[in-house]
Write a new protein. Structure first.
Length: 172
């Protein structure tokens, strides 16, 4: 598993720094079975922000999400891969920063589609994208591209014991 190259304690109340494993393990266990909404924020070509709720999954130590080719997030990511993804997990709020790039290799597509299916989302691979009888309206019509977030930084603020706030930096 990819571990952070450094951790910074952001807590101002004396709590210990949080281990990255806390956030990572919750994402691994709760996606896609829990009804979590991840918010992907991208940058439009004119510099204005865009944010959309997505269903994401943590698979093999990476976060994946989808978007139709015509969806604003997909068009933004095609021009600028930088993005943030935010989610409120059990006991910890999390912001992930990095770059999201389209995934087209069939082995990864099949692996991630299987995880979505295990969570009750009927994803199937067709060519280099996903299709299904339904998806979130913000994804646009099928096919849906799959994106993998490569983490640069993550920030977590614990809302349950043990409390704390930490920043994790990753070097790839």
């Amino acid at each position: 598993m990819k571990e952070p190259t450094s951790t910074t304690n952001l807590d101002r109340y004396g709590s210990a720094q949080l281990p990255w494993s806390r956030a990572r393990d919750i994402m691994a266990s709760d996606t896609p079975k829990e009804m979590l909404t991840f918010f992907v924020s991208t940058v439009r070509p004119d510099g204005r922000p865009h944010s959309a709720g997505v269903g994401a999954v943590w698979v093999d130590d990476a976060l994946y999400f989808t978007g139709g080719p015509g969806a604003r997030r997909s068009r933004n990511l095609a021009a600028n891969a930088a993005c943030t993804v935010s989610v409120s997990l059990r006991g910890i709020d999390l912001v992930l920063e990095g770059e999201a790039r389209r995934v087209t290799d069939s082995a990864t597509l099949e692996r991630v589609a299987a995880v979505y299916r295990d969570g009750g989302r009927p994803a199937t691979v067709r060519g280099d994208a996903f299709t299904a009888p339904f998806s979130a309206p913000s994804a646009g019509p099928p096919p849906w591209h799959l994106y993998r977030l490569t983490l640069d930084t993550a920030i977590g603020v614990a809302s349950a014991e043990p409390h704390g706030a930490s920043r994790w930096d990753f070097a790839y």
